[in-house]
Design a protein around this ligand. Structure first.
Ligand code: S3P
Length: 437
């Protein structure tokens, strides 16, 4: 896999492409399929590093998972009470979704387990899941009183809680709901913003007794009946499509279609944001796939204007904000992104890293406590930039490289495969000039 990408600008992006399956949905299909009764078939599974961390953890818990092809899995569900004590520490690699959802699943099991991952994962905050799980009675220990992994879970019986989430996080919500499936009583979760709802949708489709009330409150309890297995084709990941949407909107002369992308309302903040800035994006051929709405997204090059973003829209595009910052460098006027302090606890501190790297390319960008202030339009110039080991940053810098004068070299670019295997090839097929080293 390429460790360095060299991006040459000056080519329009034209044609039709697809993006790999949605990362959040792929993780959930494997985890929930594992505790269903029967065989779950997953097509268009994201064969990236993060989702394979989940596959390996489920295998270590005694679940048989067959790989029919690179993107098709069959998960032989063991039922709600069928997971087995793992022989070794569970390695979540670099995947925050894996460690946070698995901690919720394992907290109420009748056996002990230990979850860990890369040094990046061991720096990310776990207190946000450990706190509610401890309220449920979970016996979890970890470094710094459970704020950091490795997390060690002792067997116990869980009690349901009513939990008001302090941050809008789908990983926290999913963790508590998963623990709730194994707890006595009715678990109630209230969220402060519309965090992605794939967990609720999927578990409800499997027959779990979960109810969504008024959008912000979710009830769940221990199922009386086994969960039904899934037969699912995972929609294309809108977070991956976002790089292409941004590149299409910015690169002169572009006209591209991204087929079968998930357009769940809790995920389309980036499409709305680009449209608010003046980007021409259309939804075509809307349909549904695996209980999730999908469409083909069509984007053409557009003149953009600076805009202010904040509030509830932020959680619906949290992973896309570094890319939005790249876009904002080309918009006329000032763009302000606020209420996005969560960016500081992603794979890396995405506020600091974005400011550092985009400045190398000439961007007029300032980091704030909870976001960015960007003035545009600013011509970017090619530079040597670093992904900081963060897949989304490597791809955001690629978008910047496509419109910068001269060539841009991205170090530590192999991480694109965490969530978007084939990223470089997809762009090349649309006309981009990208070298790999
Ligand atoms: C995810 C939720 C988000 C997102 C991450 C995937 C998920 O994290 O950033 O890439 O699959 O639940 P938070 O829940 O921490 O916001």
């Amino acid at each position: 896999m390429a460790n360095q990408l060299i991006i040459h600008s000056g080519h329009p992006l034209i044609g039709q492409c697809r993006v790999p399956g949605d990362k959040s949905i792929s993780h959930r299909a494997v985890i929930f399929g594992s505790i269903a009764e029967g065989h779950t078939r997953i097509r268009n599974f994201l064969n990236g590093h993060d989702c394979f961390a989940t596959v390996n953890v489920m295998r270590a818990l005694g679940v048989r998972i067959d790989e029919r092809s690179a993107t098709e899995l069959v998960v032989h569900g063991v039922g709600l009470d069928g997971l087995q004590e793992p022989e070794d520490v569970l390695d979540c690699a670099n995947s925050g979704t894996t460690i946070r959802l698995m901690t919720g699943l394992l907290a109420g099991q009748p056996f002990a387990s230990v979850l860990t991952g890369t040094d990046q994962i061991r720096r990310r905050p776990m207190g946000r899941i450990v706190a509610p799980l401890r309220q449920m009675g979970a016996r979890i220990t970890g470094r710094q009183d459970g704020r950091l992994a490795p997390l060690s879970i002792a067997p116990t019986d869980l009690q349901a809680i009513e939990y008001d989430m302090p941050v809008a996080s789908a990983q926290v919500k999913s963790c508590v709901l998963l623990a709730g499936l194994f707890a006595h009583g009715l678990t109630i979760v209230r969220e402060p913003g519309p965090a992605r709802d794939h967990t609720e949708r999927m578990l409800i489709s499997m027959g779990a007794p979960i109810e969504v009330l008024g959008g912000s409150t979710i009830h769940g309890e221990r199922p009386q009946r086994p969960l039904k297995p899934l037969n699912i084709t995972v929609p294309g990941d809108i977070s991956s499509a976002a790089f292409l949407l941004a590149a299409g909107a910015l690169t002169p002369g572009s006209n591209l279609t991204i087929a079968d992308v998930g357009i769940n309302p809790t995920r389309i903040g980036i499409v709305d944001a680009l449209a608010e800035m003046g980007a021409a994006i259309q939804y075509k051929s809307r349909t549904e796939q695996g209980g999730e709405p999908t469409a083909n997204l069509v984007v053409t090059t557009s003149q953009l204007r600076g805009t202010t973003f904040g509030g509830e829209q932020i959680v619906t595009m949290i992973d896309e904000l570094p890319t939005l910052a790249v876009v904002a460098t080309q918009a006329a006027g000032r763009t302000i992104i606020r209420d996005a302090a969560e960016l500081r606890v992603k794979e890396v501190n995405r506020i600091d890293a974005t400011v550092t790297e985009l400045k190398k390319m000439g961007a007029r960008i300032t980091g704030t406590e909870d976001g960015f202030i960007i003035d545009g339009p600013t011509p970017l110039h090619g530079a040597v930039v670093d992904s900081h080991g963060d897949h989304r940053l490597a791809m955001a810098w690629t978008v910047a490289g496509l419109i910068a004068k001269g060539s841009t070299t991205i170090y530590n670019a192999h991480v694109t495969a965490d969530s978007f295997p084939g990223f470089e090839m997809t762009l090349r097929a649309l006309g981009a000039e990208i070298e790999e080293k």
